[in-house]
Design a protein around this ligand. Structure first.
Ligand SMILES: [Zn+2]
Length: 332
């Protein structure tokens, strides 16, 4: 039995037909975890859909109304890049409920993994880039309104910039102070890391600079990675961003967005991480959280490998990494 919970429902499936987003990946990850014996049925917790009140903590009433009544404009539907349906709305409410449940379990167990979620391109008043509802932001705002946490840090390792996250938590951002520069030697000529912070949620995004979204609203820390970056450089940048972020800010909860799309064979990504490098990435994030005693809630976000089985392997490895790092945390 795992020392933490995996949050999953068959209802995570996104009814979007033939699409570059492999909507079946959640079920495939669940099945692979069971088949390989990495997890048993008792390791899974089943989410309920978020309530409309939960969604309203992040999204506007007008946007929620459009989603529930099917009255998005043609342009809004295009921006979403997945075909609208009432069933799709249900799936997004459920994934937000899953991230709320993952946050609750993370606060109890030190870590919890939502086998879904991570829809970091959703904004308060619109969705884009396959993301209708920002499940991670909803979970953070719900934990805050329940007085379970005061502060949170998002650590977004999807290959795409977390534009929705940055916009939602922009808060009262003030003038930027230069970040301490302890960048890895190989990259030290490049001013890739920028940022500023003032608010109750500190946002970190490591992403490929030359990729969607074209407009990248500032996170607390943005690491704009060059095309084709490989494992070691990526890990050095992540280490650097985490150290810098945690020097500036002490969160009650880390929300780790474990996108599988920095993978070198991803169709929508232009970085060059290996499957092993991505597992090391997860281990690094988990080790930092565990060492500092900060609970971590994990979501999956993107993953568009040519071979869907690779995306499934990368997502399953996130569970393996969590098991390796957190196995010794509980003595009972
Ligand atoms: Zn992505």
């Amino acid at each position: 039995m795992l020392p933490f919970k995996l949050i999953y429902s068959d209802g995570y499936y996104l009814p979007i037909g033939q699409h570059v987003f492999p909507a079946q990946k959640y079920r495939l990850v669940h099945d692979r975890l069971i088949e390989t014996g990495l997890a048993g049925p008792e390791d899974f917790a089943t989410p309920q859909p978020a309530s409309d009140q939960d969604i309203l903590l992040v999204h506007t009433a007008e946007y929620i109304d459009k989603l529930k009544t099917g009255t998005l404009s043609a342009r809004e539907q295009l921006e979403l890049e997945v075909p609208y349906s009432p069933e799709l709305v249900k799936a997004f409410w459920l994934s937000a409920g899953g991230s709320i449940l993952a946050a609750q379990h993370a606060l109890n167990d030190g870590i919890a993994i939502n086998i879904g979620g991570g829809f970091h391109h959703a904004f308060p008043d619109h969705g884009e880039g396959f993301c209708m509802i920002h499940d991670v932001a909803v979970a953070i705002r719900r934990m805050q309104s329940d007085n379970k946490i005061k502060t949170a840090m998002t650590v977004d390792c999807d290959v795409h910039h977390g534009n929705g996250t940055a916009a939602i938590f922009a808060g009262a951002r003030t003038v930027s102070e230069p970040l301490p520069s302890s960048a890895p030697a190989v990259m030290d000529q490049r001013p890739l890391m920028r940022g500023a912070h003032a608010g109750d949620v500190f946002t970190i995004s490591l992403h490929q600079e030359n990729n969607y979204p074209p407009l990248k609203p500032p996170s607390s820390i943005d690491v704009d990675l060059p095309d084709g970056i490989t494992d070691d450089d990526y890990l050095a940048w992540l280490d650097n961003a985490l150290s810098s972020g945690l020097r500036q800010f002490t969160p009650d909860l880390i929300c780790y967005i474990a996108g599988a799309d920095p993978y070198r064979e991803d169709q929508l990504g232009g970085l060059a991480l290996t499957i092993e490098g991505l597992k090391k990435r997860d281990e690094l994030a988990f080790r930092v959280a565990k060492t500092r005693g900060i609970p971590v809630m994990v979501t999956y976000a993107g993953g568009y490998a040519r071979n869907v089985a690779d995306t499934v392997t990368i997502h399953c490895n996130t569970v393996v990494a969590a098991k390796e790092v957190f196995q010794s945390i509980k003595l009972d």
